[in-house]
Design a protein around this ligand. Structure first.
Ligand code: SF4
Length: 514
């Protein structure tokens, strides 16, 4: 254990500073879209808010999410110990924060998914928590109080979700975020080769009790939240029977609360096989679902163990879900060993026909700890542990396709699907199929977003003619979905900005490393 001069245990009322590192700008950050609404980040750090509830009540707690505010020297001066949590993609900023803390002799604890994918030694902190917090935090806190904390706290156990406490919302200002979050389950029954979720959280889905989830919705409602709520599960339908029970309870809750929440979640494509489940989702107010579609190439799906997406017409499956009024967001990957030269055109063609406006296309990353990483290590093809960012054109393994060709093809896909005309064409298809109904709530945030959209996209934007053609078409053909159409227009702005950044990123460095 590393001892610090300023505090080495014995005090039972510690000041703990929970710190959430910055995300780089990616398609997932939604940064450019959030600025229209005056929001600073998409979602609060749910993991750290849950850890806060697991810490002793007698401790003084503060949280700095560096995605929405600055971490100041006086924040660090206040703290006796810093708990820093995050994911692989936040690695760079996390290390910078740890170093700032160490420079002040502030004790550091690092936890979250990042500790399962990177070796403890590379995190440079005093204490590392590897595994799920529910099993580990009480022991760590007691040891910190007594001044006998170990360097590593690790548990391979997967605790029951019933033991997971309600997140401590008092530590954030909700209005800074566009979406609130609830976690209902962890784990996924499938076995995709590239997936780190099943390595961290297991293949047996664990769920919270219905009463726990409803209590979290009550907490959000009582705190004044109205708007989108992301059920951030790895796969919401990992246990379909339980998902059905929960959805029925949420539908009742929504009815009693005037349908104040709009739910978003993540699921697997076999959702399309279950009309009852789709009806239950719609009735509960679930309006968007993210699906890992990955590729239109059946041989790549089979090779990467994504068998749940094979032996089906992928476009039909997507359309079935959309017919229930549920928007589909899609995840796509380029760089599988079985990808051939025609994959780029095939993927663009698929996305354009899919009516999926929000198509997250990334280069394959071999995340440490995954089946893919193990296989490529054996084949001598791993270059480094990666950055967890699948849009920065940095491959961490040697692909079968020429790296230059792969990156060039990847960029060409992004250019084509996020050109204004292609994007608005998909949004029109989405509006036709899903017919989203706007909630009649008026807010100054929406007025501000509309004004800024007209200014940035309709007056100053390079694609203003496409924009006005889309806006006027939406106003006349989809007046009841006009709010949803404008939200999509603003999202398109974000995707176009990020695509420009990807185009500007250098391709040569990676190819040179091969
Ligand atoms: S379906 Fe999604 S969460 Fe489940 S194993 Fe595959 S990639 Fe992972």
């Amino acid at each position: 254990m590393i001892r610090r001069a300023r505090w080495s245990g014995g005090d039972e009322s510690l000041n703990v500073l929970l710190i959430y590192p910055r995300f780089p700008d990616t398609y997932w950050s939604f940064r450019y879209a959030l600025s229209f609404q005056g929001k600073r980040a998409a979602q609060p750090p749910l993991g750290l808010l849950t850890v806060a509830s697991l810490l002793p009540q007698s401790w003084n707690k503060r949280l700095i999410d560096t995605n929405v505010e600055r971490l100041r020297e006086r924040d660090l001066a206040w703290a006796d110990v810093a708990f820093i949590g995050g994911m692989h993609v936040q690695h760079e900023d996390l290390i910078a924060i740890v170093r700032r803390c160490r420079a002040r002799s502030l004790r550091t604890v690092v936890g979250g998914p990042i500790t399962s994918s990177l070796p403890a030694a590379t995190l440079e902190c005093d204490h590392v928590v590897i595994g799920e917090a529910e099993d580990l935090i009480a022991g760590l806190a007691g040891d910190l109080e007594r001044g006998v904390a170990h360097a590593v706290y690790e548990s391979a156990e997967r605790p029951a979700m019933e033991r997971s406490p309600m997140p401590d919302l008092s530590l954030i200002r909700m209005r800074r975020y566009s979406t609130m979050t609830v976690q209902y389950s962890r784990g996924c029954p499938f076995s995709c080769e590239f997936c780190d979720i099943i390595e961290i959280y297991g293949r047996r889905p664990r769920t919270k009790a219905v009463a726990q989830v409803l209590a979290e919705l009550d907490q959000l409602y009582d705190a004044g939240w109205r708007g989108p709520v992301f059920i951030v599960d790895d796969n919401f339908i990992g246990n379909k029977a339980r998902a059905r029970t929960l959805l029925a309870a949420i539908a009742e809750w929504q009815k009693a609360h005037d349908y104040v929440f709009r739910f978003i979640t993540e699921a697997s494509l076999n959702l399309a096989d279950d009309p009852d489940l789709l009806r239950s989702m719609r009735d509960a107010g679930l309006s968007s679902v993210f699906l890992g579609i990955e590729t239109p190439d059946e041989s790549s799906l089979a090779a990467t163990n994504k068998h749940q997406n094979t032996r089906r017409d992928l476009l039909d499956s997507v359309a079935i879900i959309q017919q229930y009024g549920i928007e589909v967001m899609g995840g796509f990957i380029l760089g599988f060993d079985t990808d051939r030269e025609d994959i780029f055109d095939r993927l663009v063609d698929f996305i354009q026909k899919s009516a999926i406006p929000i198509a997250m296309v990334g280069l394959l990353q071999a995340m440490p700890g995954t089946q893919l990483f193990r296989r490529l290590s054996k084949e001598g093809r791993i270059l480094d542990s990666g950055r967890g960012n699948n849009t920065d054109c940095q491959l961490n393994f040697r692909p079968r396709m020429q790296p230059d060709r792969l990156i060039e093809g990847y960029r060409s896909v992004l250019c084509r699907i996020y050109s204004s005309d292609s994007y608005y064409q998909r949004v029109r298809l989405y509006l036709n199929r899903c017919r989203p109904r706007d909630q009649a709530r008026f807010s100054m945030g929406n007025v501000r977003a509309l004004f800024l959209s007209i200014l940035r996209q309709g007056i100053l934007g390079k694609s203003r003619f496409s924009y006005w053609r889309f806006v006027l078409g939406a106003a006349t053909r989809h007046p009841r979905s006009f709010g949803a159409a404008m939200t999509m227009a603003v999202m398109g702005y974000h995707f176009q900005m990020i695509t420009e950044q990807v185009m500007q990123a250098g391709a040569g460095s990676n190819a040179a490393a091969m």
